[in-house]
Write a protein that binds this ligand. Structure first.
Ligand SMILES: C[S@@+](CC[C@H](N)C(=O)[O-])C[C@H]1O[C@@H](n2cnc3c(N)ncnc32)[C@H](O)[C@@H]1O
Length: 178
């Protein structure tokens, strides 16, 4: 698989179930790092909401999840900032050409990516849904779109196939297409 650098920035996320879901997605789609701002996630995780453990593949043990004061301070050099939210003037995701190295910024469950970040973004995209998605769902959709477009560009030929299916599936899954 052609490996570029992909990181995710979460603006003041609220619920561990979303952050854990995003870590699981990050493992599945080979994200390199996840950054977040604000205190709400840690406080909620400490206060018992962590029982909603959806990162069953334990991606968080392999992918760094770190807090930063500002998401801009976490953008690696040579990486384009892509804000993902329902913002007027944004590019519909199906029409978007992903940068090789990207830092994708998502808003909180109960808010929107800050205008300041939108103003500094290299691109702003939205998914043309009727109503907004759940935060973790929107991360999954974004990462799938990136994967699908890299397949269209012929960048995943060696990566896809039964070997990957065998590696990725549950231990007790022996199903075949007959
Ligand atoms: C529950 S939404 C928050 C409300 C959203 N800002 C709004 O105005 O409807 C949580 C986050 O998921 C992402 N999101 C949800 N639906 C989206 C969509 N259709 N397009 C792009 N991003 C979306 C955004 O990053 C958003 O900040």
């Amino acid at each position: 698989m052609t490996k570029n650098y992909v990181s995710i920035g979460l603006q003041n996320p609220k619920t561990p179930v979303n952050v854990n879901g995003i870590m699981r997605a990050s493992g599945c789609y080979q994200v390199d790092a996840v950054w977040y701002t604000g205190r709400r996630y840690e406080l909620a995780a400490r206060s018992g909401e962590a029982q909603y453990q959806v990162d069953t593949k334990k991606a968080a043990q392999r992918i760094p999840l770190n807090k930063v004061e500002t998401l801009l301070s976490a953008v690696p050099e040579g990486t384009k900032i892509v804000c993902v939210d329902l913002v007027e003037g944004a590019i519909p995701l199906p029409e978007f050409d992903h940068p090789e190295n990207a830092f994708y910024v998502f808003g909180p469950e109960d808010g929107t990516v800050e205008q300041d970040l939108i103003d500094k973004a290299d691109a702003v995209v939205y998914v043309p849904t009727v109503g907004c998605m759940n935060l973790a769902a929107s991360v999954n959709v974004l990462l799938y779109d990136r994967l699908a477009k890299s397949v269209q560009k012929g960048q995943q030929a060696d990566f896809m196939g039964d070997q990957l299916i065998r590696r990725s599936r549950d231990n007790n899954n022996r199903m075949k297409v007959r």
